[in-house]
Design a protein around this ligand. Sequence first.
Ligand SMILES: [Zn+2]
Ligand SMILES: [Zn+2]
Length: 345
Amino acid sequence: MGNKKNVKRCTRRFSSRQLTRQRQLPAKSSSSVTSKIDARAAITTASSVRQSLPSKEKIEKNKKINDVPNRTRSDENLPMDGYTIIQNQILHSLMRQTKCQGCGNVWNGAMTTKKREGLFLMLCFECAAWKKVITIETSPQIVSTDRRDVNVRAQLAGHLCGIRHAGLFKLLGVLNLPSPVQDETYSRWDKQLLEFVKSTSEKSMARAVEDAVATANTTDLIVSGDGFWQTRGFQSSHGAAALLSCTTAPLVLDIETCSKTCNVCMGALSIKKSDPAKYNGIIKSHRCEKNFDKSSGTMEAAAVLNMFKRSVSKYGVYYTKYVGDSDSKTRNILTKNAPYTGNFS
Ligand SMILES: [Zn+2]
Ligand SMILES: [Zn+2]
């Protein structure tokens, strides 16, 4: 139980820091987005998400709006791409204050659901006299996909808050909203979302390096770094570290993960004896996640060193000064294995 809490806390810390920083970057064309698994879906998701998901500016603007007391924002225009939670009874009452297009009388009919997928609904309004049904969709479809905007947002929100499907299920339940998409669909989308997030974060970090170089007016950069683990107590099987620019608005320049285990390797162990041929096939063909075999406590230092080693090949820059926390392991390893000269104090 303790571990589970830690996982959530660490996930939240990593995700919110990373994504918040990426959103400080200006949006650019998504024409070069590529995805190995579902290129078309990733491209459309990327462009659609970039156009419609809240940017940092938008979040801050909404925050400012929300910070103003209720009475002074009665004339505030609603963002037309935003959502409004409205109780069905109130929506029905609203309809009863309109005139029916067909019969010309005050609308009087039934409101039903024709289709539902997660938070997305297809609502039908049928006038008792006219018998013609008016159908509306409560969220737009993301171009060239079968996904609805509101469901992709909910899934991203689940990750950012570290609550995932089970947490979303509870949250929506308490809000008396429809349940999220089914677990299987959610897992399938997760894989595509991961490809999109990876692709976007790589491009965002490359832009962050360009910004840092432009600000410093040199390819010799001062960077800060920090590491984090999936679970506490230096026993974690997974850890990561990030390098940030030391500008007035620091941005993530690079991230590196360390894994002491691989889910595919561990899963395949169950058939190692019963079906050795299949086991060997899986082991040979998979992309192993395990890339670290030392103690968890040294993950941060190793990850930072890896990022220093690839700074020239990846970005054409030199990290000439490192600002870290009190963990002296990183400074020691950088000093002993420095890929180029610098002041890693
Ligand atoms: Zn009517
Ligand atoms: Zn593996």
